[in-house]
Design a protein. Structure first.
Length: 401
């Protein structure tokens, strides 16, 4: 609850607050400012009042939930175009570690029509889920925020998971935010690391902050549950599939009608992605050190010989040297190739957040103190315009191209 209070004795009737209100909730009456029901308690008028006649009182809501009633780690099993998103299997692998640490079960949360859940529930179990909570309905065949959020909220309120993880995909970001708001739980977005605090057993959620310049570890407020995060794809390795695994399937009915859903799907057109960094096994990236658009020529030539995708740092993209779809990093793509070759990239925290989990990292930079060398498997200190063409020619010989 909140209240906006205006001190009639202090108010001078200067009207400074009226244009400051974005909702038109303030007006003048007999020379004194008054507020009506349109007020959203945003506080904009409080800061603008020159005589401090306006105050905003907020009453903290008492938390009455029983924290001990919440248990288990849940993974949202996302699917699209007849296929489970790989990030769901990555989260099942990481969720296994979290569940083992706090001594609970690993569970999947899956929505869809009968054909979808029959197909994907066994997959979730094969990748490690001990239980799969299902909502089966024709209304859940394709993702829509209202129907999916209703399904998730109903399941969470009934079964009370301790931790719920979503992929930080277009769907996951939209979905998780709606669920967290509805159940009044915290949500940490775009995580790149998860762990359990050894003393409190709370979920430690790590994500880049301040534009990727530092890494922040966040813990949810202890009196709210579940603890929820969206996690970037390719941050964790996929769990190993084992079709011999057995698991329990718990099916609930969606209590919702079509007319309660605010969106209708008229058509679904899958866009064509010109640069597939996420699934590339080899990536050759250029950074500020390439010096300009023409500096990407040797990078592209090496990528062509290796059958690799071309990536870039944020600095190169922000300079307009290469389109955004090539960007690797916290504000670009998170990748996990077998080989990542960084050419003229210093290796800021923001960039590392998007590629440090690559199997092999090769750094080429003339600055021997560049941060990229701290995480590189192999480092070459030298001018990329000399090193990269030499490497291209050598690979051509070895590969017979």
């Amino acid at each position: 609850m909140a209240r906006l209070l205006i001190d009639k004795d202090t108010c001078t009737g200067c009207e400074s607050c009226i244009p400051a209100c974005p909702f038109g909730a303030l007006s003048m009456k007999e020379g004194i400012a008054v507020v009506d029901e349109k007020c959203t308690f945003c506080g904009a008028c409080v800061d603008i009042c020159p005589v401090s006649a306006i105050t905003l009182e907020k009453e903290e809501k008492a938390v009455t939930i029983d924290i001990s009633a919440y248990k288990d780690v849940w993974i949202f099993v996302e699917h699209e175009f007849g296929k489970v998103s790989n990030v769901s299997f990555e989260l099942l692998g990481e969720g296994r570690k979290l569940a083992d640490t706090i001594g609970c079960k690993l569970c999947g949360m899956l929505f869809g029509d009968k054909e979808t859940v029959d197909k994907f529930a066994p997959e979730a179990i094969a990748y490690g889920a001990e239980k799969v909570y299902l909502m089966e309905s024709p209304l859940l065949k394709q993702y829509r925020t209202d129907s999916y959020a209703k399904a998730a909220v109903d399941l969470i309120r009934k079964y009370k998971p301790e931790i719920v993880l979503f992929g930080a995909t277009t769907q996951g970001r939209d979905f998780a935010g709606t669920v967290a708001t509805t159940i009044e739980a915290g949500l940490t977005a775009d995580c790149t690391g998860l762990d359990i605090d050894p003393e409190t057993k709370y979920l430690k959620q790590t994500r880049p902050a301040f534009g990727g310049n530092i890494m922040a570890t966040i813990l949810d407020y202890p009196n709210y549950r579940p603890q929820m995060s969206t996690v970037r794809p390719k941050v964790f390795p996929m769990s190993l599939r084992d079709d011999s695994r057995k698991g329990e399937i718990i099916c609930e009915t969606l209590q919702m009608a079509e007319d309660q859903i605010r969106t209708k799907i008229l058509d679904f057109i899958k866009g064509t992605e010109t640069v597939n960094l996420v699934d590339a096994e080899i990536i050759v990236s250029g950074g500020r050190g390439v010096g300009g658009p023409e500096g990407f020529k040797p990078v592209r030539e090496l990528a062509e010989v290796l059958g690799a995708a071309v990536g870039a740092s944020r600095a190169a993209v922000d300079s307009g040297w290469i389109p955004y779809e090539h960007q690797v990093g916290q504000t670009g793509r998170t990748v996990r190739p077998k080989i990542y070759i960084a050419c003229g990239i210093s290796g800021s925290i923001q960039h590392q957040a998007g590629m440090k989990t690559s199997d092999i990292i090769v750094a080429i930079n003339k600055d021997a103190e560049a941060p990229i060398f701290k995480i590189a498997t192999y480092g070459i200190v030298g001018d990329l315009f000399n090193v990269v063409p030499m490497a291209t020619q050598e690979f051509k010989k070895r590969l017979g191209r």
